[in-house]
Each structure stands twice: as C-alpha cells, then as structure tokens.
Design a binder for this molecule. Structure first.
Ligand code: ADP
Length: 471
C-alpha cells in the first residue's frame, strides 16, 4: 500500500472525514441524551415531591405522621427504588426519611438538611465515592399553615452509566466502522483506479520507436476514458510528427545521393588525367576520400531514416542466424588477419529467426567491424550464436579498448563516437551502431552492450526465436 498513491490518500481522507462526522454526531447524541435523561429524572423527582406534598402533607393534622410515613413507603418505596425521600417540618423535625437503599449505593444519613428558607429547586448533591444524587427540594405550606420541606433524590450515576455505555459503544464502534470503511474504500478505489495502472504500464513502454502503440481505453465514459483518449490523440500527433521527421531525413539523404555520385564520378575521371601537377593530384585524392566518406554517411542515414520511418520493408523469411553469422565471419576473416586478430565463431544449435537476411548480415558486419576496428593488433574477437530462454542471441566479444561507463548509454545514438579522433581515423562516422539498433528493433529485438571500460566490450543482440520446442 503506497502512502503517496491516490487510492491511499483518498481512502485516508474519506476515513478521516467519516471519523470527524461520526465524532460530531456522537458528541451531539451524548450531549442530547445527557440533557434528556437529566430533564426526565428531574421531572419525575418534581412530580414525586409535589405528589407527596399535595396529597399527603395537605391534611397531616387529620391523618397524622404515621399515615404519611406508611403512604410514602407504600406508594414510593424509596429503599426498593434506590431513591431518597425526606420530609422535614419548618422547625427541623423530621416527618419521614427513607432508609438505606437496597443496593446500599448511598447513605441517606449523610445528606445534610437544606435550610428551611430554600425555594423550589433541583441540585446535585455529593454523597461520597465521587457519586452524586440529583435532589429536588420543595418548600411546602399546607392549608393549616404548617411548613414542610420535601426532598426527593435519585442517583445521578445511573444517567452516567447510560452515558458511559454510549461512550463505550462509540469508542468500540468507531474504530471498527473506520477499519471497515477504510478497507472497503481502498478496495473500491483500487478497482476504480485499475485502468490508471494499465495506462501507466503501457505509457512506460511507449517510446519514439513504438509510437504506433496506443493506451488501453476502458469504455466507461468517465474521466479515465477521456484521459486515455486524449493521451492517445497526443501520441498519434507525436507519431505523425516523428514520421514527418524521419521522412524528411530519408528524403534529404536520398536527394544528396545523386549529386554525391556525380561529384564522385567527376572527381575520379579528373584524377585519371596524366597532366595533373602532383599537388593537385594529392588534393584530388583526399577530396575523393572525403566524398566517399560523405557517401557512406548519406547511405547510412538513408538506411536509418527508412527503417525508422517504417518505409524500408523488413522481409520476414525463416533463416538460421548461425549460418549467416558463420559465413559473414568467414568473409571478414581477412580484415582480422590483417591486424593479427584471432577471430573465432561458435554456434551450439541451429538458431532460427524470422527476418531479413541482408539486414541481419549488416548487423553482424557492423558489430564485427567495430570489434576488429577497436581491438589492437594481436587481440581476439569471438562471435557466438545460441538459443537462450526462447530467444535467439548473437554475441560479439572483443579484447579491445572497451567503452568507458560514461559513453555506454550513448553509443547507439547517431553520430556518437566515444573517441572522435580515433573513430574518424578508422573511417567511422558514428552511425554503425545506430543502424544495428534500428535493424534489431525493426525485427522486434534488442541490442545491449557491456564493458568495464578497459578489457574489451561485449555486444548482445536478442531476437525473437522462430524455433518452437515442438519442432
Ligand atoms: P563508428 O563509425 O565511430 O565506429 P559506431 O556507431 O559503430 O560508430 O560506434 C559508436 C562508438 O562506439 C564508436 O565511435 C566507438 O567509440 C564505440 N565502439 C563501438 N564498438 C566498439 C567496440 N567494440 N569497442 C570499443 N568501442 C566501441
């Protein structure tokens, strides 16, 4: 679960918002319930006090104290109900006081009498052990002019018990609800955002070499579909721009070819004249060399541009890469022998691929040519083909100068030469490896290089194999 992913953040925000809403709703419920329970208890105490006063104390001279005591015990049963009832005369004499409640939760004797001058009110009275009684106090004068104070109380902690229960329910329920919401929300978000992962994966694959690919469009009509469609539109425009660029390079190279051929021909026929002064002959000779170089560059550029513009048809015939490699290596053996370089070839099996023989031959020529060019006299060059994990592989390894780590990422770029002076001296233009890469990519393969910068280089071409284990 990535902390920076949209689904994680949205789920967190959603859970936090929900927690805030539940906490607010819980707080309001708690306060409302507390107020309601207090009010109900107070109302029931008020009713009880008034009932005692108006139905029992009103005629106390006729009915007598004992009647009042019996009636209160019989109708209100304070000990059984856990309530407190005390009736006091104006002069302080007690008419009735309830006994210890059955649950012994408070001691009635500990409640100090309230002054006779009190007006009707309710108050919370401490009865020890951090407990409080809600007490309703009612001063009452009967029709004979006798003054009384009726006090009726009930434990306040019963309300607190209900409220604590509510708090506990919220305390346990909230984390559970949040865990459920966060888990469910995360799964939902993951489902909803899955197309984004697919778009990301495809977008990472798309480069200037496979601009024909498109992002997957899930037809949901939502923002993600619009995003994928918009990005696909952008890729299509980029593809068109790239194609135009490649076409331009191809056209330019093509246009340069004819004048260069004419120039070369003219220079050659001029050089054949016998009446030329030595200095002019020498000048003509080096001009001829340069036009040859220029022709090679133009030819190479044309090849790359055509391959990349998708114009050059890459034939697909079934061929044995080992066979082409062997014959090409044989043809180039002379080049190696001139430099006293040992050229060895090895192939384990027939290595079958589907491809264009002349283009694949060009790949082998360019790689071998480089290996021989950049290996000093007396070195060795090995070339090998084999089937590896369902792919056809071609490896060219030399014991030459190697390629510095800083040059490695660039050597397949056009005109990139690690050592310009040396490459030029050896007749290089910096396009050989670009051609290798373009051909390999056009065949659906890839080419990699490795070198520690001192003891030679190794180029590996991997192509889709045409060999199937069933054959
Ligand atoms: P060039 O025509 O200059 O050889 P390439 O595109 O064939 O152009 O190669 C690009 C650069 O990569 C070369 O200039 C050279 O510096 C380096 N290079 C290529 N192959 C080798 C090799 N086998 N050993 C060392 N350096 C190499």
């Amino acid at each position: 679960m990535k902390a920076r992913s949209i689904r994680f953040r949205l789920t967190m925000w959603y859970a936090m918002l929900l927690a805030a809403v539940i906490a607010l709703a819980g707080g309001a419920t708690y306060l409302g319930l507390e107020h309601y329970l207090e009010k109900s208890l107070d109302e029931s105490l008020t009713t009880e006090a008034r009932t005692i006063a108006q139905s029992l104390l009103i005629n106390i001279r006729q009915s007598g104290n004992e009647y009042v005591v019996n009636e209160i015990n019989e109708h209100f049963a304070p000990e059984i109900n856990g309530r407190f009832v005390r009736v006091t005369r104006g002069d302080g004499r007690i008419v009735f006081v309830s006994g210890m409640p059955q649950d012994k939760s408070f001691d009635p004797a500990s409640l100090r009498p309230v002054g006779a001058a009190a007006r009707e009110h309710s108050e919370e009275v401490d009865v020890g052990d951090d407990r409080e009684l809600l007490l309703h106090v009612l001063p009452y004068t009967n029709r004979d002019g006798d003054q009384f104070l009726v006090e009726v109380g009930a434990p306040y902690w019963q309300i607190e018990k209900v409220l604590h229960g509510l708090l506990l329910a919220f305390g346990l329920g909230l984390p559970l609800a949040l865990a459920g919401v966060a888990g469910g929300g995360y799964l939902l978000m993951r489902g909803a955002l899955r197309p984004v992962d697919e778009i990301t994966r495809t977008a990472q694959r798309i480069s200037s070499r496979n601009l024909a690919e498109r992002l997957p469009v899930a037809e949901t009509g939502d923002e993600l579909e619009r995003l994928a469609v918009a990005l696909n539109g952008m890729i299509a425009r980029l593809e068109e721009a790239f194609l135009q660029l490649h076409r331009f390079s191809a056209d330019a190279s093509h246009e340069l070819r004819t004048p260069l051929t004419i120039l070369h021909g003219e220079l050659e026929s001029m050089a054949q004249r016998d009446d030329l002064p030595a200095a002019v002959r020498e000048g003509l000779g080096s001009t001829l060399e340069e036009t040859e170089r220029l022709s090679r560059i133009v030819e190479n550029l044309l090849t790359i541009s055509r391959l990349e513009a998708g114009e050059a048809r890459v034939e697909r015939t079934l061929l044995n890469l080992s066979e082409i490699t062997r014959s090409t290596a044989e043809q180039m053996r002379l080049l190696a022998e001139e430099k006293n370089i040992a050229l060895s070839f090895s192939a384990s099996d027939p290595v079958l691929v589907e491809g264009d023989p002349s283009r694949l031959k060009q790949v082998i020529v360019n790689l071998l040519d480089n290996a021989i060019k950049y290996t000093p006299n007396g070195g060795s060059v090995e070339i090998a083909t084999r089937n590896v994990n369902g792919f056809a592989s071609l490896e060219v390894r030399d014991t030459g100068l190697g390629i510095a780590p800083s040059d490695l990422p660039h050597i397949f770029e056009r005109f990139y030469r690690a050592d310009k002076a040396r490459s030029r001296e050896l007749g290089g233009s910096g396009l050989g490896l670009s051609i290798v890469k373009s051909i390999v990519v056009a065949h659906g393969g890839e080419v990699t290089v490795s070198s520690d910068g001192t003891t030679g280089a190794q180029f590996t071409v991997t192509l889709p194999s045409a060999y199937s284990p069933k054959d």
